[in-house]
Design a protein around this ligand. Structure first.
Ligand SMILES: CC(C)(COP(=O)(O)OP(=O)(O)OC[C@H]1O[C@@H](n2cnc3c(N)ncnc32)[C@H](O)[C@@H]1OP(=O)(O)O)[C@@H](O)C(=O)NCCC(=O)NCCS
Length: 185
């Protein structure tokens, strides 16, 4: 377990985390100025990671998809990025949930961690953050679609108590569902 990732500080809307090995990274809400950094982040993911994040072969983000990912209202569509402790605004992880207009109280989540930053506890920490924020917002349920072969993500989902269900689109996908208790934190 990545037990060594620790929170070392937080402001109203950002948190600093120390990773195993001592490097610090910062979690904060996605901002409009992050457009270029987000483009670099998603286009910099390995083919496998991009496939696991978007579920379709994607060589490069289209302008429309980039707009969808960065034009967020932080109310119904909430998104956060993790920045590396280095000059510039290098995004090393992205996590979000989008409220489902057809199903009040329910939101779909997704996340990705840059390949060279995976395995250091960021994914686990980001999922915990999404769950805490969804609870705080009074949501009833978080759900996300995961590729059936994405064992790492499925193991994480189970760890957080999510139920894994067959997906209507076929056996290549699994729907992870978490019923949220009344806000506890
Ligand atoms: C799935 C993902 C978000 C996990 O993020 P991460 O930062 O690597 O995860 P963590 O470091 O918190 O590790 C969580 C668990 O994953 C497993 N894991 C992490 N890195 C691993 C590696 N290199 N090899 C095998 N297992 C690994 C471990 O079981 C780990 O648990 P442990 O700490 O008990 O060993 C990340 O791999 C990713 O972005 N993948 C591509 C996009 C994606 O799959 N998104 C999810 C669908 S929306």
């Amino acid at each position: 377990m990545n037990a060594a990732l620790t929170a070392v500080g937080h402001a109203a809307d950002s948190e600093v985390w120390r990773l195993p090995g001592g490097r610090q990274v910062r979690l904060r809400p996605l901002a409009p100025e992050d457009l270029c950094a987000e483009k670099a982040f998603f286009n910099g993911l390995s083919r496998d990671s991009r496939q696991q994040r978007f579920h379709f072969g994607l060589r490069e983000l289209s302008p429309a998809l980039l707009k969808l990912l960065t034009d967020v209202d932080q109310r119904l569509h909430r998104a956060w990025v993790v920045e590396a402790d280095e000059p510039g605004r290098r995004v090393i992880a992205d996590a979000r949930f989008v409220c489902d207009p057809a199903q009040p109280g329910m939101a779909e989540f997704a996340l990705a961690v840059a390949d060279d930053w995976q395995g250091r506890g960021l994914g686990r920490r980001l999922i915990a953050h999404l769950i805490a924020q969804a609870r705080r917002q009074g949501l009833r349920q978080l759900y996300g679609d995961v590729q059936a072969e994405n064992r790492r993500m499925l193991a994480l989902m189970r760890e957080f108590g999510m139920r894994l269900r067959a997906h209507a689109d076929g056996a290549q996908l699994v729907r992870a569902v978490l019923a949220l208790d009344v806000a506890a934190d």
